[in-house]
Design a protein around this ligand. Structure first.
Ligand SMILES: Cc1cc2nc3c(=O)[nH]c(=O)nc-3n(C[C@H](O)[C@H](O)[C@H](O)COP(=O)(O)O)c2cc1C
Length: 188
């Protein structure tokens, strides 16, 4: 099963990177599959470690999908890395093997530590809609503009029906980003 997470990694210079990543979930093993050009791939290649954060706050997914935000973090317990201060739970992982075949690497890891901060509240359609919208926002260079706009309209209906303020804010951020990106293409 693929679980949508926020993977935090640390660069050689100590800088923190937060990236939404769909990881292959196992209780003791997690597979992370960053594209070769990502900071996540570069950082994990150097530190051989990462923190896989679980959060129900989709604003974190939205912001990290479209920019390089700084979130409050705390040092990881075991690995060289950081934990999102507001996550629900996290796994600290160490690299077992890296397959660097482009375009997408496959990093097999072992869970060496785990922790829980707060309850993960159950399913919400608006949250899932925001996750889908966030994925589209990271693939604007690959997708037809008309397709993305139609998808956003469809997903907005779910947000309007079932969202709270955080989900509405996240969706608005993503729509604004897509709107500005597609306008930039028109101008070019
Ligand atoms: C829900 C979600 C899942 C994603 N999963 C992956 C993934 O598995 N691998 C990947 O390379 N990018 C994935 N992305 C896109 C990256 O988060 C995005 O390209 C990011 O900016 C690149 O990561 P970086 O910060 O490590 O450079 C995903 C985006 C979202 C919104």
């Amino acid at each position: 099963m693929i679980v949508e997470t926020i993977v935090t990694t640390v660069g050689e210079d100590g800088s923190v990177n937060c990236a939404p990543m769909g990881v292959e979930w196992g209780d003791a093993d997690i597979v992370i599959k960053p594209f070769i050009e990502t900071a996540t791939y570069a950082n994990v290649s150097v530190t051989r470690a990462a923190v896989v954060n679980l959060t129900d706050d989709v604003r974190v997914f939205a912001r990290a999908a479209i920019s390089s935000p700084e979130f409050r973090t705390e040092p990881a317990a075991i690995v060289r890395g950081v934990v999102l201060a507001d996550c629900c739970a996290w796994r600290e992982v160490e690299v077992r093997s890296i397959d660097s075949e482009p375009p997408r690497s496959r990093i097999e890891t072992e869970v060496v530590h785990r922790g829980v901060r707060r309850e993960f509240i159950g399913f919400n359609r608006a949250r899932h809609a925001v996750l889908e919208a966030a994925i589209h926002a990271t693939r604007l260079h690959l997708l037809e503009r008309r397709y993305v706009e139609a998808e956003l309209e469809r997903l907005q209906v779910l947000v309007d029906k079932t969202a709270g303020p955080a989900e509405r804010e996240a969706m608005a951020l993503l729509r604004d980003h897509v709107h500005k990106s597609t306008r930039a293409v028109e101008v070019e």
